[in-house]
Design a protein around this ligand. Structure first.
Ligand SMILES: Cc1ncc(COP(=O)(O)O)c(C=O)c1O
Length: 411
């Protein structure tokens, strides 16, 4: 008799984006002549660059030619691509062997699936507010209790608020798996060397593992901020890094990323190399149990992202989005709103007007300024009282949105 994984029953509905869609639809039906400006979704809007398109096309052509055709790829991904990634890390004085790099088809699945190589009794810590995947995958894998008063029992929440600049500090109690999202979605906050070092020190002391999601690392322009956890001494002993070409190069629909599982990583009952061996068993492409590798074509595209021209072009695209973030932040600050993030991340975190919660402020922005945001409460209890505005939008729309907020938002 088959039964269901009852942990799914504990999940809170995919309420956030469906509720946003419902409210927007409702408004549009009642106001068919009003133009809505969407700054809610964290999806890229600019097209792939020329060099990347060329790379993807060369991947297609190779598959269409008997001499260059390839089927299943190398166990952990294209060697050329992993070499290029290893060189990319060298620029920040990080030495990674090709064996430590696993090409994936985007960061999200690895963020969730990485839990499968750790014991179910491991205690997980997450920042609050944060990208919901870490929480939901902890629930599904049975590492939490029920959802009570806005929190899952058994999950440790590292509160992020104005006092700590929305950057978490290591938990006071002992935990085993720590998710860090840096730069943070939704707050746009980025940790300093010292702040990340505190986590690395904690993890080494407690034989815990850090899962470092750096999907927005290329948005960090401040040279004093680390982009990779491996810039922190000792991190190879305790951290797995998961990254993606989605936000860096518009690959949200192409699908490609990578994870780094260092050979030096050690945990309570796993000597050096053991964590790596388990991930390799699970995820090692055609030699792994649960994964057959990323698309050859997408990997050609990613190789092009890492080329000098690809890097240059995508820097420009990122600058375009970050200019949007600057426009949003500057304009909203000017009209007296309290605004965070948006400097080294494509998200602007806006405090609701006094006495309004996230959804009330969302409604106000929608009804008065016709701008769609994302309520902060959807990312955790500490997100209540804020909304997220995304810089992934056409500049014309961003300008229209801020003008409309300036003109129409009543106090
Ligand atoms: C923090 C973070 N990590 C990972 C992802 C997903 O990345 P990918 O498209 O590579 O699966 C997102 C997407 O919004 C994200 O915000």
């Amino acid at each position: 008799m088959a039964t269901l994984n009852k942990n799914y029953n504990k999940l809170q509905g995919a309420y956030l984006f469906s509720e946003i869609t419902k409210r927007v639809k409702n408004f549009v039906e009642k106001n068919p002549n009003i133009e809505i400006i969407k700054l809610g979704i964290g999806d890229t809007t600019e097209p792939l660059t020329k060099t990347v398109v060329k790379g993807l096309l060369s991947g297609v052509k190779k598959l269409g030619n008997k001499k260059t055709y390839t089927g299943y790829g190398e166990a952990q991904g294209d060697v050329r691509l992993r070499n290029a990634l290893s060189d990319f890390y060298k620029e920040r004085n990080i030495d990674l062997s090709l064996q430590e790099i696993f090409i994936n088809d985007g960061a999200k699945a690895d963020c969730a699936n990485i839990q499968s190589i750790f014991g179910v009794d491991n205690v997980v810590a997450v920042a609050d507010p944060v990208y919901p995947v870490y929480v939901d995958s902890s629930v599904i894998s049975g590492r939490t209790g029920d959802f009570v008063n806005g929190k899952y029992e058994g999950l440790v929440y590292m509160e992020c608020n104005e006092k700590n600049g929305f950057v978490p500090t290591p938990p006071l109690q002992k935990v085993d798996i720590i998710y860090l999202c840096n730069p943070n979605n939704p707050t746009g906050a980025v940790a300093t060397f010292e702040q990340l070092k505190a986590f690395v020190d904690y993890a080494i002391k407690n034989k815990a593992v850090i899962i470092f999601d750096s999907a927005y690392a290329e948005y960090i322009s401040d040279p004093s901020l680390p982009k990779s956890i491996y810039e922190i001494e000792g991190a190879k002993k305790c951290a797995i890094e998961i990254n993606s070409f989605s936000k860096w190069a518009g690959f949200t629909g192409v699908r490609l990323g990578w994870s780094v599982v260092p050979l030096d990583l050690e945990i309570e009952d796993g000597q050096k190399g053991k964590v790596h061996a388990l991930w390799s068993r699970r995820q090692g492409g055609s030699q792994g149990t649960m994964y057959n590798g990323a698309s050859n074509i997408a990997q050609e595209g990613a190789f092009a992202v890492l080329s000098p021209l690809g890097r240059k072009e995508n820097k420009k695209v990122i600058a375009y989005y970050m200019d949007n973030a600057k426009i949003i932040k500057k304009s909203l600050t000017k009209i007296g709103l309290k605004v965070f993030g948006g400097e080294n991340a494509p998200y602007v975190w806006v405090k609701a007007l006094p006495n309004l919660n996230s959804w009330q402020f969302f409604d106000k922005l929608l009804m008065e300024a016709h701008v769609v945001s994302t309520p902060g409460s959807g990312f955790g209890l500490q997100g209540e009282g804020y909304v997220r505005l995304s810089a992934f939008a056409d500049k014309k729309n961003v300008k229209k949105a801020v003008e409309s907020i300036k003109k129409n938002l009543s106090r």
